[in-house]
Ligand binder design. Structure first.
Ligand SMILES: Nc1ncnc2c1ncn2[C@@H]1O[C@H](COP(=O)(O)OP(=O)(O)OP(=O)(O)O)[C@@H](O)[C@H]1O
Length: 240
């Protein structure tokens, strides 16, 4: 479970996130929906400790991420929107590095790496450098790294963009499975259709502020009743 309590972040000349509060329950897939530039990545970067929070607090499974950053970092796994990391490592070296950092026992590690990378179709590329991987393959190796250490909380920034349909299906199934075990799955997207397919709960963000939080049925009802949300709905569906 994640609580965002009135968080704000400004860049010179730009208020990217303004007094944003959210309650992300465990056991559900939570979609964070908003058009380009709405403030999704900035919020996620604050949740993961990449950007300091200007104001407010974030509590993850009871841990304040600013006060106890190391403890919080053991709780979550993060898939960034651009998976251009550790390009000089081979896929297998990256996964072993993650396994070492999060102390995944050697006996289970080998088996898990094989199972995960086979399900994403990148097993045969594990001995190649990440530099030679396509965007989708880079995304898959980062997702495999997150799943390898099996954190309680998953935070994924636009996780499905760049994935082929089969891998996209596999990842969605994994997200469902994780939530059904009572864990937390939080992901961002600017595609309304993805939210409709996948989410139990959704928050809509625009101009750095939450416009709506509720379940899918409530969201559809609100779109009909609220002119501002209806305009946003049109903007979001144009992205599909
Ligand atoms: N480092 C930065 N310096 C200045 N402005 C920034 C910085 N990062 C983000 N912004 C601005 O803050 C606003 C929110 O950006 P953010 O990347 O959080 O949006 P987003 O919802 O993730 O968009 P997208 O779907 O395009 O990734 C945008 O106006 C963006 O230009």
């Amino acid at each position: 479970m994640i609580e965002l309590n009135g968080i704000s972040k400004s860049f010179p000349g730009k208020k990217a996130v303004q007094d944003l509060s959210l309650n992300v329950p465990s056991g559900k897939i939570f979609g964070f929906l908003g058009p380009n530039g709405a403030g999704k990545s900035t919020t996620i970067k604050m949740m993961t400790g990449i950007l300091p929070i200007d104001k407010g607090s974030i509590i993850m499974n009871g841990v304040d991420i600013t006060k106890e950053p190391m403890k919080a970092k053991h709780l979550f796994g993060y898939v960034p929107d651009r998976s251009d990391i550790f390009l000089r490592l081979k896929g297998i070296e990256y996964l072993n590095f993650i396994g070492d950092v999060f102390q995944v026992p050697l006996e289970t590690r080998k088996e898990k790496i094989e199972q995960l990378t086979k399900s994403f179709g990148i097993y045969d590329a594990l001995n190649d450098h990440i530099q030679t991987y396509s965007h989708g393959m880079r995304q898959k190796i980062v997702v495999s790294g997150v799943l390898l250490h099996d954190p309680d909380v998953w935070i994924l920034d636009e996780p499905l963009s760049g994935l082929d349909p089969k891998s996209s299906y596999t990842l969605k199934e994994m997200m469902r499975e994780h939530a059904s075990r009572g864990k937390t799955v939080f992901f961002s997207t600017h595609v309304l259709e993805v939210v409709e397919q996948l989410c139990d709960e959704v928050a809509i963000i625009n101009n750095g502020q939450v416009q709506f939080q509720g379940n899918m049925k409530e969201m559809k009802q609100q779109f009909k009743e609220d002119d501002n949300l209806e305009r946003l709905f049109l903007e979001l569906t144009q992205n599909e």
